[in-house]
Write a protein that binds this ligand. Structure first.
Ligand SMILES: Cc1cc2nc3c(=O)[nH]c(=O)nc-3n(C[C@H](O)[C@H](O)[C@H](O)COP(=O)(O)OP(=O)(O)OC[C@H]3O[C@@H](n4cnc5c(N)ncnc54)[C@H](O)[C@@H]3O)c2cc1C
Ligand SMILES: *[C@@H]1O[C@H](CO)[C@@H](O)[C@H](O)[C@H]1NC(C)=O
Length: 409
């Protein structure tokens, strides 16, 4: 049933990067939006760092890219190496020059602060912290969520409700069941660390380095202008947090260029986590929609997780705007959203990110041989052919989909 424009309201559950960006894209177009989050304020944990070209496109559309680049930076080269530092091959983002959608780097907590600052200026947007969503329902004309808030239990109603509530999404669990999130969990676990260590620069590391090694595989990339690096490395499953912490100095000495001892670097963050490849059975159930981590998960190598989530949200904003403005048939366009976004995960995000992880545990001595690793073979070609390199880097735009094609003529 169509809802009159003056009654139209979007509820977004989750004020992570995806929810904040969606609320910003909608409220800037005049659509009333209420954002609910269980936490007492923005997430301070340093998580995602790199945003690919189709995500940068959405950050630009939301009007925040200048602030992102003022605090962050444009990484230049990404490369693959052996554990002893030997360079294998790489891709150089600088050949894209001043392309407005070049990969941008900024730690997630800082992106969240920028998005929240911009959202606070939008009269159509309201952010409610300490609002924990515990249940949901819908009928023909509206949808609602049950919320535990400081003032007690309440119900919040909207025309559509969007679950941007992360990997443990309460919206997804309420719609599909607690454990119904098909996919798999990697046996390996990942430890994400932030570190200041001048040795990366003195040993000639590029802005992003993937080290291929059966045992000590890891990624080391510069993540702030002032020289903080993210080192994410693989560890065997089954180790406890304390065991992982104890092994960290040994791992750094074996992995990092110059084999540093603890006094030679400054560790500022240590976060072990499990990695999954999972996709929700549906991203639409009537008036409920899912986006970003609430809908799909992937391992962090290649930065496809949040990039894919940001692309979801940009597309969903176009769908909801189309419905609000009377330009699109709601059932039709939201079913396309569900179909297209799940397809993009299955055909791009899942296989590419899985390959990125598998490549890191392959044999560095033979990985460049013809037929061994298609992607690295293309990188070797791209190093000699700039036009080809540009085409290769722009391939990631395939993640996008133009939902305005489904607006009525
Ligand atoms: C240690 C770590 C390192 C990572 N590194 C990378 C990386 O290098 N590259 C990469 O691409 N990705 C990385 N990721 C993943 C990336 O950070 C996520 O893809 C991204 O944060 C997802 O954003 P989101 O907005 O979908 O969800 P989230 O950021 O998880 O936000 C969800 C929000 O929903 C709120 N919420 C949850 N439940 C409820 C509820 N019941 N009611 C109300 N609100 C609720 C939460 O409080 C939270 O604010 C990493 C993740 C972790 C944990
Ligand atoms: C939200 O409520 C659930 C119970 O439904 C609880 O387990 C969780 O800790 C609460 N979250 C916050 C941030 O209060």
């Amino acid at each position: 049933m169509a809802v009159a424009q003056e009654d139209f309201k979007i509820i977004v559950v989750g004020a992570g990067p995806a929810g904040l960006l969606l609320a910003l894209l909608l409220s800037k177009r005049g659509i009333p939006v209420v954002l609910l989050d269980a936490a007492s304020g923005p997430d301070q944990r340093p998580r995602a760092t790199h945003y690919g070209p189709p995500a940068v496109y959405e950050l630009r559309r939301a009007g925040v890219i200048d602030d992102v680049l003022a605090d962050g930076f444009l990484p230049k080269k990404i490369c693959w190496r052996k554990l002893d530092g030997t360079y294998l091959t790489g891709l150089d983002n600088s050949i894209l020059g001043d392309d407005p959608d070049r990969v941008a780097c900024l730690p997630l907590d800082q992106l969240g602060r920028i998005l929240a600052k911009h959202l606070a200026k939008q009269p159509e947007a309201e952010v409610k912290w300490n609002h924990n969503v515990t249940g949901l329902g819908q009928d023909k004309g509206k949808a609602w969520v049950h919320v535990t808030a400081p003032e007690g239990e309440t119900t919040v109603e909207g025309t559509y409700i969007i679950g941007c509530d992360g990997a443990n999404s309460q919206i997804r669990r309420a719609l599909h069941g607690d454990w119904n999130f098909p996919g798999r969990t990697w046996e390996e676990q990942i430890v994400a660390t932030n570190v200041y260590y001048p040795g990366f620069e003195t040993h000639g590391y590029e802005d992003a380095n993937f080290i291929i090694d059966k045992e000590h595989w890891h990624m080391a990339s510069k993540i702030t202008k002032d020289g903080m690096w993210r080192v994410s490395y693989g560890e065997q499953g089954g180790l406890t947090h304390d065991e992982l912490k104890e092994r960290q100095t040994m791992k750094f000495e074996r992995m990092l260029p110059g084999n540093p001892k603890p006094g030679e670097y400054k560790l500022t963050n240590f976060s072990p986590y499990k990695v999954h490849q999972r996709l929700a059975v549906k991203m639409r159930e009537g008036r409920f929609l899912l986006a970003a981590d609430a809908a799909h998960l992937c391992n962090p190598f290649g930065g496809l997780g949040l990039t894919g989530g940001i692309v979801d949200v940009g597309g969903l904003a176009d769908c909801l705007y189309g419905i609000w403005a009377g330009k699109a048939d709601a059932d039709e366009i939201l079913d396309v959203y569900d179909k297209v976004r799940r397809e993009k995960y299955s055909t791009m995000v899942d296989p590419i990110s899985s390959e990125n992880l598998r490549r890191m545990v392959s044999d560095p001595e033979t990985v460049l041989e013809p037929g061994k690793d298609e992607f690295l073979t293309l990188c070797l070609k791209a190093e000699k052919d700039e036009e080809f390199a540009k085409k290769m880097m722009m391939g990631i735009y395939e993640l996008q989909y133009d939902f305005t094609k489904h607006y009525k003529q």
